[in-house]
Structure formats: C-alpha cells, structure tokens
Design a protein around this ligand. Structure first.
Ligand code: SF4
Length: 431
C-alpha cells in the first residue's frame, strides 16, 4: 500500500491540490479530502480497457492501431469534421487537438461554448479584474456568488476560499466574512449565505446597472424595484459592497446562459470598475469542468480565439452561434465528430445527439459515458490526474502540473492524439 499526498483533483475548476490517495495493486483504494464528486471520480471502477467499435449494432473490441487508423480515415474523408470537448483533458492534448483541426481543415470547439464562452468574450472587450483564489481566501471580507451555486458544482470552494476558510488577514474569517448570493432561485448556496437577493430571471443586467447608478450617486433615476428587487435592498447591498476592504465576485452560468449573455458579464466587470474607484474588488468566472479554463488559454494562444474555431477556410474563423458545436450539430452540418474530455450525450440538446448517432462519432475517454451510446468507436485512455500527467488551469487561471500517481497500460490523450495526427500526416503524404 502506498499513500500519495498533495494530489490534484481532476474533476472541477477548483483543482483542489490537497487530496491524499491510497494505492494498492496499482489501483486507488482510498481518497481523503476530496468532496463527493472528486471522491467518485478517483474511486470509479468502470474504466474501459480496450477500444470498442460498433459493428452492425454490437460492440467489438479492436486494437489501438485499428482505432487510430479508423479515426484518421474518417477525419481525412470528412467534409465538416468537429473536434469537441477538451475540458476534461490536459492542455498538452488540447494543443495536439488544435493541430489536428488545422491539418484537416476542421472545426474545434470546447465546452465553454455552452458555459463561460460569453465570460471570455466580455473579458476580451473590457478586461479581467481577476486575482488568485489564494488572495480571495486571505483577503476577501465580502464574497458575492452571482448566478452560481458552488455548493452543488464546486463543493469545496466555500471551505477552501470563502465561507468556512480561515485567513491570514481576517481575525475571525468565517464569522466576519460576508457571503452574498444573487440568483433567480434559492439555491443550496443561497440557503447558507449571510444575504440572499432573489432577482427575476433575465434581470441581471438591470441589477448591475442599478448598482452602478447607486455607486455613482444617481439612485434617484431608479424605479422602486429593479428586476423584482426593491430599491432599498439594492442601496443596502451597494453600501455593503462599498464597505468591503477586499471584495470578490464569482460569476456563474446563470449570467452567461441567460438573457443578455456576455453583456451581463461585461456589465458585471464594469460594476467592478466602479467599485475599484472606492475599494478593491475582483471578479472570477466559476469555471465548472476541470480544465475548461485551459481550453480558452490554449485555443487563444494557438488560434487567436477562445472556442468555436473553424479552420475550413484555411485561416481561423470564429463566430459563436455559427461555428459552435451545438449550432453545427443541430443544423446537421457536421459529418464526423470526435468527442474528448466531455460528454455531450449528457448535456447537449436531443437533436444534437440524434445527429451524432447518424455520423461516425468517436469518443475518447477513460470511462464509458452517455455519448458512448451514440458513438461508432470509443477509445479508452489513461486518466489525467491518476495514470496520466499534464497541465491544467484552475478557475483563477493558475496553471498547475497534475501528477500521475500510478502506471498505465493505456496511452494518455496527448499520446493518442499525436498518433492520430501522425497517421493523418502520413496518409496525406501518400496521396
Ligand atoms: Fe475535486 Fe472540485 Fe471537489 Fe475540489 S471541489 S475535490 S476539485 S470536485
């Protein structure tokens, strides 16, 4: 039995780095410090060990060489191939994926096109007043969760960085730090917050504008209620925000996937600008799936765009709504799809999955997932953070090297993709 400390959890954007694993016979048998989500990931037993291909409606095991050859062939013969996912894998694999997309003139999109893509668009327009999670923990005396429910999606965020964490600079952090939740419903996080402000669905933009007006001393222009929130409540909230010595906003997909989309986030950042004229404030999008933040980093530094990148014109083209995965699949434009580090079978609209079931769909994942049901081929890989290593970006954009804690008999994502790329390049040369 071996015990390994300070392991990074490979599940959500918190990338908790204090996990302790016990290994026996090259298997994780015990996991300490992780939340229930991380625990389930480390201890999952249903790994797929060999590639499986659907032949006349039944699964057949095939070799990695055959799986790589099949993937290279269908990608080379496709007119509108889509490579989708990438948030569950390390950034080295994301870089190889981008090279494949460029090589075949395909489209590469990541999960942020359905979560925080609009946050990135807003940040590109007006900048990012961000900070590390460590600074929030040590300095923030006011933490605002807006359109986010960390108790469900990032269960240790509150204990490591806000409600229940201690601090170097606040004497009684867990009692003195004020937690405010703004949401359209009373979420689990709202129930334990010091203050919950319920707004009407689609009212975020108006509430940000109202708070900006109050901070600018122009509350006289406001009506009696804004998006269902009484003016007095907003004035009180603005006072609380202004009285903070260091405030941190965490924004969720309640902002990015509701009416207003990236304009909501833009207005939130502009509210932070107003607050920063009086005190210190930061804003961090709550990135959900593990290395989804890394997808935006690698995509942007290699292609210039954070997601939904189309290489079919020979140059990069970016137009969310046109080149994003859901739109392409719903319009049945895609004729081959590779899914990696994501599970559209679990969260894409039904029409998209119905289309995936009619085209060659290749899933690359350590586990059988919902998307496997619509796939023609599933290639299992080593699991980053357990038997594969690589770089992942935490939600505050701090890159962390995720270690491998045991040996693997399977290729990792980057290695598998390099072999697919090499096969594509060799077949291209032969033509
Ligand atoms: Fe893993 Fe996220 Fe839970 Fe931390 S909060 S243990 S990173 S799932």
């Amino acid at each position: 039995t071996t015990t390994i400390k300070d392991v990074i959890c490979p599940l959500c954007g918190c990338l908790c780095d204090d996990i302790e694993l016990t290994l026996r016979d090259n298997r994780v048998v015990e996991c300490k410090n992780a939340c229930s989500l991380g625990n389930a990931k480390f201890l999952a037993k249903n790994r797929l060990m060999k590639p499986i291909k659907k032949v006349e409606g039944a699964w057949e095991e095939i070799s990695y060489e055959e799986a790589i050859g099949y993937t290279a062939d269908v990608l080379l013969n496709a007119k509108r191939p889509l490579l989708f996912g990438w948030s569950g894998t390390h950034s080295e694999a994301q870089c190889v994926g981008i090279t494949i997309a460029e090589c075949i003139g395909g489209i590469i999109d990541n999960c942020s096109s359905e979560c925080h893509g609009p946050s990135i668009m807003a940040i590109q327009e007006v900048g990012h007043p961000g900070c590390t999670l460590g600074q929030v923990r040590q300095r923030a005396d006011v933490v605002v969760y807006w359109g986010a429910n960390p108790l469900a999606a990032h269960p240790r965020h509150l204990s490591r960085y806000s409600t229940y964490s201690d601090s170097h600079f606040l004497e009684n952090a867990s009692s003195d730090r004020r937690i405010i939740v703004v949401d359209v419903r009373e979420s689990e996080t709202a129930k334990i917050a010091d203050e919950f402000i319920q707004i009407k669905s689609g009212g975020d933009y108006a509430v940000f504008s109202a708070l900006r007006a109050i901070i600018l001393g122009k509350e006289g222009v406001l009506p009696d209620t804004v998006a269902g929130v009484p003016k007095d409540t907003l004035i009180k909230l603005a006072k609380t925000l202004l009285n903070a010595r260091f405030g941190a906003f965490f924004t969720g997909i309640g902002l990015t996937q509701s009416k207003g989309k990236y304009k909501n986030v833009r207005n939130a950042i502009e509210l932070i600008d107003e607050l920063n004229r009086h005190t210190k404030y930061t804003l961090t999008p709550m990135r959900g799936h593990w290395n989804v933040n890394g997808t935006n980093q690698t995509f942007t530094f290699l292609t210039g765009y954070p997601y939904a990148v189309d290489f079919s014109r020979g140059v990069t083209y970016f137009n969310p709504g046109e080149t994003s995965a859901i739109d392409l699949l719903a319009k049945k434009e895609v004729d081959v799809c590779v899914i990696i580090g994501s599970d559209p079978g679990a969260h894409f609209p039904r029409a998209c999955n119905e289309h995936l079931a009619t085209i060659p769909t290749i899933v690359i994942d350590p586990f059988p997932i919902m998307s496997t049901a619509v796939a023609t081929l599933h290639i299992p890989v080593a699991m980053t953070g357990v038997d594969a290593e690589g770089i992942a970006y935490r939600m505050d954009t701090v890159p962390l090297r995720v270690q491998k804690v045991m040996d693997s008999t399977q290729p990792d994502d980057a290695e598998l993709l390099r072999r697919i790329l090499k096969t594509i390049q060799e077949r291209n040369e032969q033509q």
